[in-house]
Design a protein around this ligand. Structure first.
Ligand code: DX5
Ligand code: ZN
Length: 220
C-alpha cells in the first residue's frame, strides 16, 4: 500500500495566527511543511522571507520544504540550511548554472529539488535527473494560492515518471498547485510521490482532518 506525502502550504494559512496553524499541522498526519517564498520578480507576488520562516521553523515539528520562487536562489542556500530545511526547491527557470546550485544544496545536507513551471518540458532535466532528490511540477503558474489545476500536469507527471525511470533517478515527484480531493487521487495514479496543498487544507473547516482525507483518497 502506498500513500503520497502531503505537504501543506503555509501560504494559505492565517498569517495573523501562523504559530497556531503550524501547531495544527504538527498535530496532523502531514509529512512536510511547504514554505513559499516569492520575490515580486520571478513571480508577480511577494509572500514572506527569512524572518517569518525562522518564526515558523521554531514552531515546526515537521520537515520543512522550502520553495523559492525567486531569482538567484543560489544566494540563499546557507540561509535555507540554517532554517533546518529538509528540502530546498529552486526553479529550473531561475538557475543558469543549475548543476552548481544542486551540488551546493546537497553539500549543505539538504534534498535538492528542481521545480518546473507549467510550460517547461520535463525533457530538459534529462542530463541532471540522476542528481536530483525531488522534481516538483507546478500545476498552476506560480505566485498565488487557490488557482485552478492545469490538467496537462497529469500527462506531464506520467512523462516525468518515465524519464526518472529511464535515467535511473530516484527523485521524488512533487506536485504544487490546485491539489484537492478531486485532483490528488489522479496525481497519485499518475505517479506523484508528494502533494502540496494550500487552499484545500487551510480553506477546510478542519485543516488537520483534510490532510487525513487527502491521504485516504490517495491510498492505493
Ligand atoms: C503557488 C505556490 C503553491 C500554493 C499552492 O505559487 O507555490 O505552493 O501555495 O496553493 P493551492 O494548493 O491553493 O493551489
Ligand atoms: Zn509552492
Amino acid at each position: 500500500m502506498t500513500t503520497p506525502l502531503i505537504a501543506p502550504s503555509l501560504l494559505s494559512a492565517d498569517f495573523g495566527h501562523l504559530a497556531r496553524d503550524v501547531e495544527r499541522m504538527n498535530a496532523s498526519a502531514c509529512d512536510w511543511l511547504h514554505l513559499d517564498v516569492m520575490d515580486g520578480v520571478f513571480v508577480p507576488n511577494i509572500s514572506f522571507g527569512f524572518p517569518v520562516m525562522e518564526a515558523m521553523a521554531r514552531s515546526a515539528r515537521k520537515p520543512l520544504d522550502v520553495h523559492l520562487m525567486i531569482v538567484e536562489p543560489e544566494k540563499f542556500v546557507k540561509q535555507v540550511r540554517a532554517l533546518g530545511a529538509r528540502v530546498m526547491n529552486v526553479h529550473y527557470e531561475a538557475c543558469t548554472h543549475l548543476h552548481r546550485v544542486v551540488q551546493q544544496i546537497k553539500d549543505e545536507g539538504m534534498m535538492a529539488g528542481v521545480t518546473l513551471n507549467p510550460h517547461t518540458p520535463v525533457s530538459l532535466l534529462e542530463e541532471i535527473a540522476a542528481d536530483l532528490d525531488v522534481v516538483m511540477l507546478m500545476s498552476v503558474n506560480p505566485g498565488f494560492g487557490g488557482q485552478r489545476f492545469i490538467e496537462h500536469t497529469l500527462d506531464k507527471t506520467r512523462r516525468l515518471r518515465r524519464l526518472l525511470d529511464a535515467t535511473g533517478s530516484r527523485a521524488l515527484i512533487e506536485i504544487d498547485g490546485g491539489v484537492n480531493r478531486q485532483t490528488a487521487p489522479l496525481l497519485t495514479e499518475a505517479g506523484a510521490d508528494v502533494l502540496v496543498a494550500g487552499s484545500a487544507v487551510f480553506g477546510a473547516a478542519d485543516p488537520a482532518a483534510e490532510v487525513e482525507v487527502l491521504k485516504t483518497l490517495c491510498t492505493r
